[in-house]
Design a binder for this molecule. Structure first.
Ligand code: THU
Length: 130
């Protein structure tokens, strides 16, 4: 199922705002993410890099952590905004999202009109679970 136009717009706007707050002094690749819960709330995050590189947090996982910390675990959709057309959430973020079930994934690039609309289950079929 696709996302309602109003949800689509406000989720992307939230991801764009989050991208501006990303902390990416090493890669200079800022990512903004926003998750929409089934209750209609939006939680956002930007990537947070670290001098040790490996401790970097992806934007998607920051947004998920914000939502889960606020008691929200049912997601309708997640949007990301990057500077690269065709960028999608990394494998680790896909697995973290899959923990909370399938959802719509929107991928947008700054300065481009086209937004890819996918489902998490397409990006990560047969996610790990036990
Ligand atoms: N990054 C994300 O925030 N999300 C992804 O799904 C992939 C990559 C960040 C991590 C790092 O700060 C920068 O993008 C370059 O890899």
């Amino acid at each position: 199922m696709k996302l309602a136009p109003a949800d689509f717009r406000r989720l992307l706007a939230a991801a764009r705002r989050a991208q501006r707050r990303a902390y990416a002094p090493y890669s200079r690749f800022k990512v903004g993410a926003a998750v929409l819960t089934v209750s209609g709330k939006i939680f956002t995050g930007g990537n947070i890099e670290n001098a040790s590189y490996g401790l970097t947090l992806c934007a998607e996982r920051v947004a998920v952590a914000q939502a889960v910390s606020a008691g929200q675990r049912r997601f309708k959709a997640l949007a990301i905004v990057t500077s690269a057309a065709g960028a999608t959430p990394c494998g680790a973020c896909r697995q973290v999202l899959a923990e909370f079930g399938d959802c719509v994934i929107l991928c947008a690039a700054t300065g481009r009109r086209q937004v890819q609309q996918l489902r998490l289950a397409e990006l990560l079929p047969r996610a790990f679970r036990f």
